[in-house]
Design a protein around this ligand. Sequence first.
Ligand SMILES: *Cc1c(COP(=O)(O)O)cnc(C)c1O
Length: 389
Amino acid sequence: MDLPAQHRALEKELMAVFSHALGTASFIGGPQVQSFEEEFASFCGARHCVGVGSGTDALRFALLAAGVGPGDGVITVPMTFIATTEAISQVGARPIFVDVEESTSNMDPNRLEDLLGRIFGDRGFLCHSGSSWKPKAVVPVHLYGHPAHMDPILELAQRYELLVIEDACQAHGAEYLSGRIGNRSTWRKVGTMGAAAAFSFYPGKNLGACGEAGAVVTDDDEIARRVRMIRDHGQSQKYYHEMEGYNGRLDAIQAGILRIKLRHLPGWNQLRRDKAAVYNELLGSMDNCIVPGEAPYARCVYHLYVIRVARRDQLHAHLMRKGIGCGLHYPLPLHLQRAYKHLAHKEGDFPVAEKLAREVISLPFFPEITREQQQAVAEAVKEFLSGKV
Ligand SMILES: *Cc1c(COP(=O)(O)O)cnc(C)c1O
């Protein structure tokens, strides 16, 4: 991606944020943070946004505030960035994996139903052997900017009395066609369907700070109140601590930068959709290349443009040799990472995630990418796929 291109276009406005912060020496909290929180909540269509230090903080604090803790199981996918499961472990809970769907790389509601049926049994009794890790929550991830299939997930969560915390760190502004509200289907922004949602503003995300930042979004007054305390050492007022918390605040410079960039986010997301369509058109005709699809219930924001090919590692090497930067998101699913040895999974446990991890490659992609750049990338991909190299 080409972040400097984005920053050049906004340089004057961004520099004004830095000089204002230097001049007033207001770095932590304050009006910029409060305004950003109001603006991002309204962008999402949620009641509350609480700015925090990172997306990982947002996941941790949302889980804590929702009451997830030691002894709880939290169901999530193995095809995600490790921050999703780090947050689960770090609040004292344990990740329980469920496989993803091949078409979207997101949580598979059918497999979730099977898993819950096995854990709770037909009559709702807990019957799996590791019963000390009774599931308390589900964390769907809207991977690559494609919304997870929320309606069936929410339905199952309701049936089994589980909380839903969305990992929306890659999906600012993505929309899901939900039939759960009223009796009409409505497009809802991701982050407004679970009890709470986590967003990351890591520089490379669709909405990125110039440093670390994140936010919890929720309609729940109590969760919002608790996240506000947790991010600030458990303080309800200065030096009065209702609990132990964290140093996990959003700083004022990042909030000021995010306010400026938020105004451009809808336009950037539209550009991402347009440019994804350009790649689809350039690469979609190759029969040995699977381009990303959009489920009928989804309006994606293409955080990444990810294709799937059989000889992925060779294609990766070929593109890198040609000076075309690309990435693998992600090359090894979480259940096979050394960090999760103690969960005792083996190859074959989540075959779809494993297959995707072998086949995915993310092509150069950002709102400002030009047609010429996309054509050059597509040519290099085609050259490889047609066996010319
Ligand atoms: C980026 C990301 C996170 C973590 O966000 P940070 O701001 O880097 O802490 C969590 N989950 C997913 C899916 C992400 O892509």
